[in-house]
Write a protein of this length. Structure first.
Length: 103
């Protein structure tokens, strides 16, 4: 996949983590509510929360696997083409040096 999709996936995962944390806090805050309506809402939210946690775990696993795959591919490329990798690294270093020195 491309970098834009990977960033989007990571953003979704971060947003989902925040939503899960906020939902858990809401459930704790309303734990004292004794009405049937509140109890029913907490049960539905709890079920949705469990589903969201499972999806988040899947997303995290997918991102981790893609990261490992990219690292392996990069490692293989550098081992197969060491001089090209050195050239690219030197070029990037040169460009970064030029940009930093302009400030």
């Amino acid at each position: 996949m491309n970098t834009k999709t990977d960033v989007s996936t990571e953003k979704i995962a971060a947003d989902l983590k925040l939503l899960v944390a906020d939902t858990e806090e809401l459930l704790r805050a309303t734990a004292g509510e004794a009405s049937e309506k509140a109890r029913s809402a907490r049960e539905r939210i709890g079920a949705s929360l469990a589903t969201a946690k499972a999806k988040l775990a899947d997303i995290e696993h997918t991102v981790l696997e893609k990261t490992k795959h990219a690292a392996r591919a990069t490692d293989e490329y550098v081992h197969e083409n060491p001089w090209q990798a050195i050239g690219v690294a030197a070029g990037v270093g040169f460009l970064l040096g030029m940009l930093i020195s302009r400030r």
